[in-house]
Structure formats: C-alpha cells, structure tokens
Design a protein around this ligand. Structure first.
Ligand code: FPP
Length: 249
C-alpha cells in the first residue's frame, strides 16, 4: 500500500487522474531506424525496445493506468529476413523467462493475443506459463500482440460464431457487438482509449481493428527506443485535451 502511494505521487501534477486513459495501446515502431542511425544492427534496436516497453509498463502502473497493450509482432512480420524473425522469437522467449518473477511481484496480469499456435513451441510454452501464472493477478493488464493481425482475428471470431450457429446454439439475429467481442482474442479487456504510434507513420497496420473504433490516436516522430517517460507524459497531456464524443455531438 505504501509502495503504491509513493508510486502514484510520481505522477506529474498536470496529469489529471480521472482524465487519464484506462487502457493505452502502442505500436512500437522505429527500432530498426534507431539502430541504423547509430550504425548498429537492427536487432540492437529491438533489444533497446524491450527496455522501453518495460519502462512504459512500470510508468502506466505508477500513474494508475490499468491496461497496456503492445504490438510486438504482426502476421506480416514473418516477411522480414529470417535472422531478424529468429532473433525476435528468441528475444520474446528470453524476456518472458527473465521477467516473469518481477511481473508476478508487481501483480501484473500478462496475456498474449494473436495466432499463437504458429509460434515456436518453446515460446508457446513460456507464453502459456506466463498467462497461467499471472491469470489471477489483479494489477495492470499487460497484453502483447504476437503473430497478431486484426483481420485474421475478426475472421477467426466469425468462424467460431458460424460453428455455434451450425450447431444450433445461436441464431444469426442474436449476433450483436457483445457476442462478437466475446469471440475476439481480447475478450474481457476494455477497448483502448488511446493508441500511440511512434516514428511518425500514420497507419493502424492491422492492429486491433475492432477494438480501436473510438480510440484517440497520438502519433509522434520519436522512435520507439527513445519513447521515455517524458514522451509518454506529452502523449497523455495531449490526450487530456481531447473531447471524446463517440460519434455524438
Ligand atoms: C518495429 O520496429 C518493432 C518490432 C516489429 C518489434 C517490436 C518488439 C519489441 C520492442 C520487443 C517486445 C518484447 C516483448 C517481450 C514483447 P521496426 O523494426 O519496424 O523499425 P523500423 O520501422 O525502423 O524498421
């Protein structure tokens, strides 16, 4: 309790608690460029990107933001050179193994979303362990989209619903948003309020196509490895100025 109070005091005074997003989603772009600008191999950018993600998770926790979702690997990322893909898979596995204890200690609930069955078996084992061990944790919900594609997620939801109809358990006219959401990977997780994309690209890139319907977007030129607490603070200040109307006046 004392630790929690101390942590919350660190939130900058100009961030108003009840105007903060409850759920932040991030497209972590620019790792390769960050490394290239320093004359380093691209993988060094990914390594540094992990540190940035860890720091952001801590920051969300400290500042009272209940959920963070990060786009770690898209279904399209398999098209990258084999070496880079292998490096990323090994990196995910190693980070999970190394960080699980700390995540447990911080009461983080970790969840992976995406077509996980196509990931290397050893990574799937770590993912299953992390999700199982942390499933009852009541702290920040940390979701990592890995081998994730928004269109693919929607198609698999349609297939699952179609099976229910075929089995006579559901009528087509009963399908509504609530039922559809129950078949998405993110079931049970509130939609993101804020999407942050680093490195200046103005695209959603097949990320959370359904869930981002009303999210505010914040795009910064900062490359992901440089996206620190100050940069996040700026994004939240910008978000606080937004007037969310959800299609109404
Ligand atoms: C995009 O930068 C980044 C990725 C595809 C990988 C992001 C992954 C991490 C930061 C690691 C996360 C770790 C865990 C355990 C979830 P890019 O390579 O597209 O950069 P570029 O646009 O400059 O080429």
């Amino acid at each position: 309790m004392i630790a929690k109070l101390t942590a919350l005091q660190q939130r900058p005074a100009d961030l108003v608690g009840d105007r903060l997003p409850k759920h932040v989603a991030v497209i972590m772009d620019g790792n390769g460029r960050w490394a290239k600008r320093r004359g380093m191999p691209r993988i060094m950018g990914h390594r540094r990107g992990v540190d940035t993600l860890k720091a952001l998770l801590r920051c969300c926790d400290d500042w009272g933001i209940g959920a963070l979702t990060a786009y770690a690997f898209s279904t399209e990322n398999w098209g990258r050179p084999g070496e880079e893909v292998d490096f990323l898979m090994t990196l995910f596995e190693r980070v999970l193994r190394q960080e699980l204890q700390e995540l447990m200690a911080k009461n983080v609930r970790i969840r992976f979303v995406g077509h996980l069955q196509a990931l290397p078996a050893s990574l799937q084992t770590e993912i299953e362990r992390a999700m199982l061990d942390t499933q009852d944790n009541q702290g920040i919900q940390f979701t990592i989209a890995t081998n994730y594609g928004g269109r693919q997620e929607i198609i698999q939801a349609c297939r699952a619903i179609a099976v229910q109809i075929q089995q006579g358990n559901l009528a087509p006219e009963e399908i509504d948003e609530a039922i559809f959401e129950r078949h998405l990977y993110t079931q049970g997780l509130e939609d993101p309020d804020l999407l942050i994309r680093t490195s200046g690209e103005m695209r959603i890139s097949n990320f959370l196509l359904w869930q981002l319907a009303y999210a505010e977007m914040y795009i910064t030129e900062t490359l992901w490895p440089d996206f620190d607490r100050d940069a996040f603070h700026q994004a939240l200040l910008d978000y606080q100025q937004r007037h969310r109307r959800f299609g109404k006046l």
